[in-house]
Each structure stands twice: as structure tokens, then as C-alpha cells.
Design a protein around this ligand. Structure first.
Ligand SMILES: [Zn+2]
Length: 62
């Protein structure tokens, strides 16, 4: 009869998914947006791919 609903609780599989997905997405964002080959030591092809990705996302780089 009460209008209050139980607080939503995130399930463990969903929490585990987010705990894995967030660092992976942050790593991808770092590699595309900021690394510029400094740590990843990517070759010319991958460097150009990341460079194009930066331009596609509107990140100023040069
Ligand atoms: Zn550029």
C-alpha cells in the first residue's frame, strides 16, 4: 500500500561488467586522445589511425 519502492540495487554481474568496461574504455580514450605514440610506441600506421581518430573527435593536436 505504500508508494515507496525498494531502492534499485545493481546486480553483481552488471557491476562486474562496468568494473571491466570502464578501465578498458578509459585506456582506449587515452590511446586515441592523448598517448600520441609516447607510451604505446605504435608504428606509423597505427599512429596515423589514432591521429585521424583525434581529428574525427575534434581534439586539437596541431
Ligand atoms: Zn592532427
Amino acid at each position: 500500500m505504500s508508494g515507496l519502492s525498494a531502492p534499485s540495487v545493481i546486480s553483481f554481474p552488471r557491476l562486474r561488467l562496468w568494473l571491466l568496461a570502464v578501465p578498458v574504455l578509459l585506456l582506449i580514450a587515452y590511446l586515441v586522445l592523448m598517448d600520441n605514440g609516447a607510451i604505446s610506441q605504435t608504428g606509423a600506421y597505427l599512429h596515423e589511425l589514432m591521429h585521424d581518430g583525434r581529428h574525427l573527435l575534434g581534439v586539437p593536436c596541431h
